[in-house]
Design a protein around this ligand. Structure first.
Ligand code: NDP
Ligand code: KPL
Length: 320
């Protein structure tokens, strides 16, 4: 039996936990502070509502092959593998609380942006760099909506690497569970593919309130998307990072398969939560500074999204 702990059981953590729970040879644990969600998972299983696949919308539940959910990492046994799916700002606190769980584990970040693996490397013995395309949202306690399918890419995080055997093990489990996953010696290319795409689309969705399809089909906004892509690609080129995907093709694919999806940064804005703009556009801008490439458009996205965050009533009160 392989023990896997999912840290942060929101949209993505729930999708990954629910898929892995289908496997007979895996015991899945999930740690999340949202008590109602945890209680619902333990009482009724994790419910996945999907509009994907043939036959239209359908629902599945992990009842019978449970996800063991808890608000307290002390309940979780030592695990061989971990998947971190919190928002970036919670990575350190969430993984630090799992020190015993991950005392001898290989732990993957499946988060967006740059810098999460570096935080994991401070806290766990072996790290897996992860990039994912599936998308979703938690709609009520215990229920996750599966919005869009997509592959997952895993590879050792160079400064504190998991072994390729560990990377392959997690990739095989996810693939068998229905989430097609690639095990790579060097997973930086797919990570930057996604960073370029996210940093060009997510802040514009967050600022306009538009889901993926309407955003990318608007000619004026699409020009902004393309300009952000071009700036991020200049940074990649200067750093010698070889991206594999054509961002225009990624945009076309997003319009096709995730038309109504609200990027997670827009979900954060709607819920008045701090966004991940610092690890997306801020990450591109920081890499640009390292490479000597100016990134005025990404800097502007960081400033605008932070301005929006500051306008929310709770933050205005705090600063007035
Ligand atoms: N949603 C999507 O479609 C996609 C998201 N991503 C990326 O995946 C990552 C997760 O995003 P998403 O699932 O949308 O985020 P969610 O906000 O849905 O889930 C994050 C979860 O982490 C929990 N959390 C907060 N603090 C801790 C802690 N200390 N310990 C354990 N759990 C904690 C949150 O609880 P609480 O709400 O109580 O704070 C929440 O339930 C992000 O990096 C995102 O960019 C990538 C691809 C697609
Ligand atoms: C699904 C996708 C690619 C959409 O931007 C995403 O990463 C997100 O929602 O944060």
């Amino acid at each position: 039996m392989i023990h896997i702990c999912v840290v942060g059981c929101g949209a993505i953590g729930s999708l990954y936990a629910a898929h892995l729970a289908r496997l007979d040879d895996v015991e899945v644990w999930a740690v999340d502070p949202w008590a109602e969600h945890v209680d619902a998972i333990n009482a009724r299983g994790l419910v996945v509502v999907s509009r994907l696949g043939p036959g239209g919308p359908h629902t599945s539940t992990t009842e019978g092959s449970p996800v063991r959910a808890t608000t307290d990492a002390a309940d979780v046994p030592a695990c061989e593998l971990g998947i971190v799916a919190t928002k970036a700002e919670h990575t350190r606190e969430a993984v630090a609380a799992c020190a015993d769980v991950f005392a001898d584990a290989a732990v993957a970040s499946v988060q967006n942006g740059l810098g999460n693996e570096e935080v994991l490397a401070d806290l766990v013995p072996r790290v897996i760099r992860g990039t994912i395309l599936p998308a979703g949202a938690v709609t009520e306690p215990g229920v996750v909506r599966y919005d869009a399918p997509g592959d997952t890419w895993l590879g050792p995080f160079e400064p504190k690497p998991a072994s390729m055997d560990e990377v392959r093990l997690l990739a095989d489990l996810l693939t068998r569970a229905g989430l097609k996953t690639h095990a790579l010696e060097d997973a930086r290319g797919p990570q930057w593919d996604k960073v370029v795409f996210n940093s060009a689309t997510s802040p514009l969705a967050a600022l306009t309130g538009l889901p993926m399809g309407p955003l990318c089909e608007d000619p004026a906004l699409r020009a902004e998307v393309d300009a952000l892509v071009a700036e991020a690609q200049d940074v990649c080129a200067a750093l010698g990072i070889e991206t594999e995907k054509d961002p225009a093709a990624m945009v076309a694919e997003a319009i096709e398969i995730a038309y109504h999806h609200k990027p997670s940064m827009l979900q954060d804005v709607l819920a008045r939560r701090r966004t991940e703009v610092d690890v997306l556009n801020g990450g591109v801008a920081a890499a640009g500074r390292t490479a000597g490439v100016p990134t005025p458009r990404h800097d502007a996205m960081v400033a605008l999204v932070h301005g929006l965050e500051r306008s929310w009533p709770m933050n205005v009160e705090e600063t007035s």
